[in-house]
Design a protein around this ligand. Sequence first.
Ligand code: NAD
Length: 407
Amino acid sequence: MGEGGNRGGGAGLGMGAGARRVAVRLGRGASYRIDVGGGLLEALGRATRAAVGESARRAALVSNAKVFGLYGEKAARSLEAAGFAVSHWLMGDGERFKTLQTAERLLRSLASSGFERTDAVVALGGGVVGDLAGFVAATYLRGVAFVQAPTTLLAQIDSSVGGKTGVNLPEGKNLVGAFHQPRAVVADTSTLATLPPRELTAGWCEALKHGAVSDRRLFDRTCSFLRREREAESEGRSAPPPDGRPARGEGLARLVAAQCAFKARVVAGDEREEAGRSDNRSRKILNFGHTVGHALEAVTSFRRFRHGEAVGHGMVAAAVLSKNLGLLAADELEYLREGVRLAGRLPPASDLDPAEILRATRADKKVAGGRLRWVLLERVGSARITDESEVSARVVLASLRAALGAG
Ligand SMILES: NC(=O)c1ccc[n+]([C@@H]2O[C@H](COP(=O)([O-])OP(=O)(O)OC[C@H]3O[C@@H](n4cnc5c(N)ncnc54)[C@H](O)[C@@H]3O)[C@@H](O)[C@H]2O)c1
């Protein structure tokens, strides 16, 4: 896989200036491409046609009312122009609608409309829409073509890449699912302009996580971009910077493409997240910040934090723990903290009881097959997976207190 510069090359596909293409290569010769750039929804139809072939007649555009209201018409028009008969299907907005019930409703709607094996499901929305539509595409007629048009930062840099699809059960998140790789991903970065600030912050935390665990340059790049964004905000500027640096939209598309290339690289190295692996190239390193992150979500009944915001706190907690265990230097911890600050303001966690957070990390362990593993940092750009037996509860509690200002 690689990040293909497409300054000129994408023009034929209707990719505008600054558009980028990332190729994802999977086992057995399979591959797909991710197009990233401002205004790319206009090219969704062409990209879908190129990916699914001429035999597809119909496209089922899956979205929710909010995203469809903003971008549905543009997406549908582009698909129609590429010769698809387009129907749209809207689900409720939010994690609580990512259920088997919603999936069943969509499956039945496809069945009753005679949707065929050669047709295509197209997801337009964030990770919730993408996961649910992908799961339906994986299971309807044992699998139909699937295309992602992600519209949140998290979906563009993370959930739309890698082929994980699924729904929640009352017993827990993402407990039912399938690996089903998309045929193409079309990430229109201009859709991020309407994203609520907290969703952006949550996405930036995940972006920083990518760099922190194994790509220092990507972390540096993400921080530099965010620093410039914060500068521009404080100057009230939205025009291109005067000094020849890329315009904000172009810089954003480049960074999102670099983030996708990173996720694609990790996925290519461990496509199905092998259970026995815990080396630092396994998909498990992407759980950095998640042990405490999940616990923070659980102790606040999933009401206070967006997932990425909880991961922001969780990364700082795991980094403080790494420093307290003598793995991470103080200035590296400070750099990680600076990155998280640049991502945006996180809801406070200082009122939460560290002992309760620790208990919640242990409850999470059941999901991980009885073993709790900490993803710790050796430096920004290099993570290591450590078994809980190497980490005492006393050090975890002290680290939580220091990281969250808690208790
Ligand atoms: N499959 C994977 O590999 C993977 C990886 C990470 C997360 N996920 C899943 O992703 C989900 C979270 O995704 P998310 O963070 O994108 O949340 P989301 O899909 O709930 O979207 C967040 C909110 O933003 C709105 N929205 C979407 N695009 C918008 C736009 N352009 N303008 C304005 N509003 C917009 C949505 O309607 C929603 O209210 C979770 O269910 C998580 O389990 C999956």
